[in-house]
Design a protein around this ligand. Sequence first.
Ligand SMILES: *Cc1c(COP(=O)(O)O)cnc(C)c1O
Length: 231
Amino acid sequence: MISFEAFKSNLKQVKSRIDTACDAADRAVDSVQLLPVTKNHPLDAVLYAARAGLTAVGENRVQEASEKHAQYMGEVRWELIGHLQSNKAKDAVAMFDRVQSVDSLKLLNRLNRCAEQAGKSLSILLQCNTGADPNKHGFSVAEMKVALETAVAAEFLQVDGLMTIAPLDDDLDVAKASFEGLRDLRDRLSAEYKLPLTELSMGMTGDLEVAIAAGSTQIRVGTALYGIREL
Ligand SMILES: *Cc1c(COP(=O)(O)O)cnc(C)c1O
């Protein structure tokens, strides 16, 4: 695990990348939120984020997150960004403030029931595989209307917007197409269903600039903040 000093220096660099990208896209710097991704890093990763004034962390597995959550639950908000199996939905609802990785109707319905049982309203994003990458989870673009209708009808879920992960590819044009695809999809769904769907969670260490240019409101960054994942 890197030192807190090294983390702060990394954070400064990431913030400068965000500033530059926002400038280039003629966007306000505070229109993009930075979500530090603490997955596969030790407990201290959460502490570093909180100490630096970041208000949420992203984790991709319920099991791993539960240890960190037990230690630091009140310090930050918790966002689930990795694929969730329906049988872990109850634990996820108990722990996370938002689930970004809602990628099937089955999971959607299960989360709604668990949120009802827990007596809470759960914020979610719908994950769309806009890059049609066979290795990525998410609804296909064609499935998104039904997904959104189901989510809106789910009484205990609150849909904040959409999330995507670009296909693993060195070509930034591939990421760009996938991010622009998510933004266009959001614009269409938002107009058709008269819903704000303000959150567009897209962009990571390698492609955050193209994501910001395409309209990202939240970038999820691990490596650029914490270095290579260890666990
Ligand atoms: C791991 C992960 C990230 C962070 O990736 P980096 O390339 O390390 O910034 C972002 N989003 C999701 C869904 C992830 O699983």
